[in-house]
Design a protein around this ligand. Structure first.
Ligand code: ADP
Ligand code: ASP
Ligand code: MG
Length: 408
């Protein structure tokens, strides 16, 4: 008998019909002999709807209250799914993040999990019931509700699988696996049979939202085998697991696009020790994650520094950086919102060269200007104008012949 954590995303529980469909799937797995813990997201669009409501009340809604509000989305789906399971003869019990014992830090709207108490889940399983857990939420040490960042139900599922030492974590969504590019942008994208934790981490952090980045980090740390499958069609899905020799034969395994970033440029920064530390220290103190950083060559003892931040935090970052710019004597700060980060990813890049130049040439052929570049051992990323994002993804997918990649 295997212990399996199954996570169903927003589109999988987006209507009552779909919730009933999920109930039959879960009941079938259980009837097949597996012990199942279910994690669910809010109904599709619900978290966005709640965030919009908050913005109608306040320009920058308080983050503690935001968590209190958005965590209700998952409360609805756990109760409905538990009822639907009971209707098909499968004993089930809904549980909130608090009831499961998901304890986080206090960084509201993007809290980090510190502990997952497995006792309540084990008790519920021992009683012969399917625990139906609210994804995306936890509580801090004061018992205030926190949330784990957008897409955070994936993290709830993987963290529970790690805590219970489950045999696997199954992520059910509206696509039947991880593809060489977003199949909604690139029609001839191909499903990968296997992808390494490291590659998946890059793909996710660079925009492939099929898995939340932190859920992949958690799976990699605790070596949780994860499989991404479709809720609606049966199939093998994509395994996210250890790297193997076969994987390195493929230089580029995926192309991603992240349209949720914005660029800040600090102009006329005095070129002396400590200024970068002051700027980035202030942004880090506000818990804003910085991605790419570029510093221009210094001219007349001043320089320009550009960096990217998540788009929904760009106004906040702008305010902070404007204040710091005054302190350090920089001339101006500019915010550019219409950007996209396009990346190519593959563990094979460790042993194959020339990927970056091929990427730059392909973008140049389409007359797409590159604003920023960054590389790591297994990825190359370029920031470009947002209006070229889809064209760039399709061009790079073709350039690296991904429509024909197959993996053992
Ligand atoms: P859920 O609500 O189930 O969590 P998400 O919308 O968060 O689903 O993630 C699934 C979506 O991820 C797909 O519909 C697809 O558009 C998108 N996606 C982006 N990149 C990829 C990729 N490389 N492979 C598969 N899906 C991808
Ligand atoms: N409902 C949350 C969101 O929309 C969490 C999730 O779906 O994973 O981000
Ligand atoms: Mg998701």
């Amino acid at each position: 008998m295997a212990l399996v954590v199954q996570k169903y995303g927003g589109s999988s529980v987006g209507t009552i019909e779909r919730i009933k469909h999920v109930a039959t799937r879960v009941a079938k797995s259980r009837a097949g002999g597996d012990q199942v813990v279910v994690v669910v997201s809010a109904m599709q669009g619900e978290t966005d709807r709640l965030i919009k409501l908050a913005r109608q009340v306040a320009d920058r809604p308080d983050t503690r209250e935001t968590d209190m509000l958005v965590s209700t989305g998952e409360r609805v789906t756990i109760a409905l799914l538990a009822m639907a399971l009971q209707e098909v003869g499968c004993p089930a019990r809904s549980l909130t993040g608090r009831q499961v014992g998901i304890v986080t830090d206090s960084v509201h709207t993007k809290a980090k999990i510190e502990k997952v108490g497995g006792d309540r889940l084990r008790e519920t399983l021992a009683e012969g019931m399917v625990p139906v857990v609210a994804g995306y939420q936890g509580i801090n040490e004061k018992s205030d509700v926190t949330t784990l960042g957008r897409g955070g139900s994936d993290l709830t599922a993987v963290a529970i699988a790690a805590a219970l030492e489950a045999d696997r974590c199954e992520i059910y969504t509206d696509v039947d696996g991880v593809y060489t590019a977003d199949p909604n942008i690139v029609p001839n994208a191909r499903r990968l049979d296997r992808v390494s934790y490291e590659e998946m981490l890059e793909l996710a952090s660079l925009g492939a939202k099929v898995l939340q980045t932190r859920s992949v980090e958690c799976a990699m740390t605790y070596r949780v085998p994860v499989v991404v499958k479709s809720t609606f069609v049966d199939g093998p899905g994509t395994w996210v697991a250890e790297e193997n020799a076969e994987m390195e034969k493929v230089t580029v395994s995926g192309v991603t696009c992240d349209r949720n970033q914005a660029k800040l440029t600090v102009i006329g920064v005095p070129d002396k020790p400590g200024v970068a530390a002051t700027i980035f220290g202030a942004v880090a103190d506000a818990e804003i994650v910085i991605d790419m950083i570029i510093q221009n060559v210094s001219q007349e003892n001043t320089t320009d520094i550009s960096f990217t931040v998540p788009r929904d935090e760009s106004k906040n970052a702008l305010e902070i950086v404007r204040r710091v710019a005054k302190e350090i004597g920089a001339k101006d700060v500019q915010l550019t919102e219409g950007i996209a980060k396009i990346s190519v990813v593959g563990v094979g890049m460790r042993t194959h060269s020339g990927v970056a130049s091929q990427m730059f040439k392909a973008l140049a052929r389409e007359r797409i200007n590159i604003m920023m570049i960054s590389t790591s051992e297994i990825k190359v990323s370029c920031v470009i104008e947002d209006k070229y994002a889809e064209l760039a993804v399709r061009t790079l997918h073709d350039t690296f012949g991904l429509g024909t990649v197959t993996r053992a």
